[in-house]
Design a protein around this ligand. Structure first.
Ligand code: ADP
Ligand code: MG
Length: 729
């Protein structure tokens, strides 16, 4: 009987690329077709209403019911004209995916006839049944229900026949239950703080937005092959499997030509994404076989976060159309690179200036240096909190595993900017002499643009790197929402800019320094006090681990360790003073993330147990029986000389017995350990126990299973192998 594996391989080989017709419409025409954009809105609501709405969005003001009614009416007409029948509030609960609850536009009139209905009330608020979303105990203690509320800063869109309205998700008692609420609050805080600082340089600045351009990495594997592996289906990664003889050693996949089937998937995905207003621009192969990357043009951070969440959903749907499974897990396959999601981040003013882009004049460069140095200082002061923002069970396999970014947070800025900061560090304490000012303006600050153009040295091993006109936070996991990382990053930069402003103002007011002098003086201190976070060398090397330790930088390799920072008093103060989250909300989130971690390890442990005991061990025994039969036959044939002819077989029989015994013993011990962990009351201790006591069994069990894979006849091996998963086109 053919194994599921053999069937899957056969099925995968029969698949042909599904060609996508791209000739009918240009991409620029497709863009935003299914989005209720400003342009579309203006066709459906009055100019006055539009202005009031935009004013409210820009200034974070409440939207009146009258305006909401107008917008709803316009949205409904537009959606129905595009064939939509339902609407949903689209939100991002703390499960890591998106959620929706569909309602028809249809309602009944008093006389029993039907009518299309959707008004401001329905646009603004909806009550999903919230009881099944994680809440970290908030709702149990306080209020059993939550509601979703319209986020007018992210435009509505249509998927299929459903109008999707981006919303926040909050408990009736007001606590945030999603990723968007704290993100919006952090972005608001950044806006206030950065605008104040930007006004040192240009009084015309009235708003600063954070910008985000994410790069999404993923693996594409055949759907039948994927479904032949219980571990991939249930946990997103291969828990066992001997590494392929050909891995990524040759690195021939990177920037190689994209296989046709994958290319057609990408085309299809890009067209669907463009219609939804996701400005996808770049696609290429990644380092590992069957690994790819997709990236859009950057956008305002909240919108970019929504677009990334939307894209992750879309990838799965479009993948299915092409017979693919899209793997977003951070480390689906041991031995080849994992997947990340680089978050390219900067700040931009309403006067159109990128605050992390050096300009043409010394003044604009001083502005650049101000935001640049303050960001470094923020990362320095809150490195552990930043690390906590990206901590998940999946990402633990990447960070610190000798590949894309280490678990130690550091900042890379390149040799030239290092020299600039070194020069600035020598600024006199107090007011600068005219000579000093000229020197600085001409030779340090004035030289930055040309320096940056030459600055091609890129350090791929840094978790947080400056790349010319933006910082790139590379440690974010591929399956994670960008919201967590973006909330923390914007919050800590807001906090730092706030402090910076206080210090500069104090020098101006109390020491009567000129503004430039005051700025130079404070920057000098920031450079000095943030030095230890800067690292230009190889982030993967052992030397860095030692050096970082000496510098007092943390190296949290696991989620339970990394998450602890979230609830310390410094973090709580930050969250509360910027109105981002209350202490209770932070603690709830901490609990949710620990629970998620525990569940992940628990589930993986069970799957590993199932696979090992119901696939691996029986197959090994079956093969061993064949060997025993063979030896018995040889004995009949050769009589007492048989041992001479069956040495190999006897060795194999013994080895197989040895591995089977190890697997059984480890499985029993793992289950015992799990039982002990499960009765631990405190979540943090439980997570720690799962991490340090249960997890180590994975490697041991895997080792024995992988050895058996090498010994057992390939024809009867039940699980699709690494090379088949990764190299089948
Ligand atoms: P890489 O060499 O790392 O691939 P790219 O120049 O292709 O870098 O940019 C990667 C991402 O960075 C893209 O999504 C791009 O839109 C984004 N990006 C560029 N400028 C900014 C900016 N000012 N703010 C945020 N993201 C940006
Ligand atoms: Mg990049």
């Amino acid at each position: 009987m053919a194994t599921l594996r053999m069937e899957a391989i056969k099925a995968s080989k029969l698949k042909k690329p599904i060609f996508v017709d791209e000739t009918t419409e240009r991409r620029s025409e497709l863009f935003g077709q299914n989005v209720f954009s400003n342009k579309v809105m203006l066709q459906f609501i009055t100019k006055e209403a539009f202005q009031v709405l935009n004013d409210a969005i820009l200034n974070n003001k409440k939207i009146e019911r009258k305006i909401a009614d107008q917008v709803a009416s316009g949205m409904k007409s537009w959606a129905i004209s595009k064939g939509a029948t339902h609407y949903t509030h689209w939100f991002q609960p703390l499960t890591g995916s998106t959620a929706e609850k569909h309602d028809a536009f249809f309602d009944l009139m008093g006389d029993g006839s039907g009518i299309d209905k959707f008004d401001g009330g329905q646009l603004v608020q909806q009550e999903p049944d919230a009881s099944s979303f994680p809440n970290g105990g908030i709702r149990n203690t306080f209020e059993a229900r939550g509601y979703t509320a319209w986020d007018p800063s992210s435009p509505a869109f249509i998927i299929g026949r459903t109008l999707c309205i981006p919303t926040v998700f909050v408990a009736y008692t007001g606590e945030a239950l999603d990723h968007k609420v704290p993100l919006l609050r952090a972005l608001h805080s950044l806006d206030i703080a950065a605008t104040e600082v930007a006004r040192y340089f240009d009084k015309n600045v009235n708003k600063v937005i954070a910008t985000l351009g994410w790069e999404q990495e993923y693996f594409l594997v055949d759907k039948d092959l994927m479904e032949s592996r219980l571990d991939l289906v249930l946990s997103g990664r291969m828990l066992i499997g001997h590494q392929a003889a050909k891995g990524q050693q040759l690195e021939d996949h990177y920037f190689g030509s994209i296989p046709e089937r994958a290319l057609q998937f990408m085309r299809d995905l890009e067209m669907d994404a463009l219609r939804l207003g996701i400005p996808l621009k770049t696609r290429h192969n990644e380092v590992a076989p069957n690994q790819f990357e997709i990236a859009p043009i950057f956008e305002e951070a909240n919108l970019a976060v929504d677009h990334n969440s939307l894209l992750m959903d879309l990838m799965k749907k479009v993948g299915a159309r092409h017979g693919f499974s899209v793997l977003l897990h951070e480390k689906p396959f041991a031995g080849v690179n994992g997947s990340g999601k680089h978050n390219n981040w900067s700040m931009s003013t309403d006067t159109g200036i990128n605050l992390l882009s050096p300009g043409k004049t010394p003044k604009s460069n001083l502005q650049f240096l101000t935001f640049f140095i303050n960001t470094i200082k923020a990362v320095h002061d809150y490195a552990d909190l930043l690390r906590s923002s990206i901590a998940t069970a999946g990402n633990d396999h990447r960070l610190g595993a000798n590949e894309a970014p280490p678990a130690i947070v550091s900042v890379f800025i390149g040799q030239h900017l290092t020299e600039v900061l070194d020069e600035l560090e020598r600024v006199t304490d107090g007011s600068l002499s005219p000579e000093e000012k000229t020197e600085l303006k001409l030779h340090v600050v004035g030289k930055i643009p040309e320096i940056l153009l030459d600055n091609t040295d890129r350090n791929r091993t840094s978790p947080f790197a400056f790349t010319g006109n933006k910082f790139e936070f590379r440690a974010v996991g591929s399956s994670d929402s960008c919201a967590g990382a973006m909330t923390i990053l914007n919050a800590i930069v807001a906090e730092q800019l706030r402090k910076f402003k206080v210090e500069v103002d104090a020098l101006i007011e109390k020491k009567h320094m000129k503004k430039d002098d005051a700025i130079f003086n404070v920057l000098r201190e920031l450079i000095k006090s943030s030095k230890k976070i800067r690292f230009e060398g190889d982030g993967y090397s052992d030397a860095w681990v030692k050096e970082a330790k000496k510098r007092g930088l943390s190296n949290f390799k696991t989620t339970p360790e990394a998450l602890k920072t979230l609830t310390n008093s410094e973090s709580i103060t930050l969250f509360e003073s910027h109105n981002i989250l209350t202490k209770m909300e932070v603690e709830a989130r901490y609990e949710i993330r620990l629970e998620e971690y525990i569940k992940k390890i628990q589930i993986e442990s069970r799957i590993l147990g199932d696979i090992a005991s119901s696939y691996i061990v029986p197959t090994a025994i079956k093969y061993q029986n064949t060997l025993i039969e063979n030896v018995t036959g040889l004995k009949e044939l050769f009589g007492k000389d048989f041992s001479q002819h069956s040495k190999e077989q006897m060795e194999l029989i013994k080895s197989i017995s040895g591995y089977i015994t190890s697997i059984r013993e480890d499985l029993v011990a793992m289950v015992e350990t799990r039982k002990k962990c499960n009765v631990i009351e405190h979540l943090d201790e439980k997570a720690h126990a799962y991490c340090t006591k249960v997890l180590p069994f994975f490697e041991k069990i895997r080792y024995s299973c992988d050895k058996l894979e090498l010994l057992v006849d390939d024809e009867i091996w039940p699980l699709t192998k690494f090379r088949e998963m990764l190299f089948t086109k």
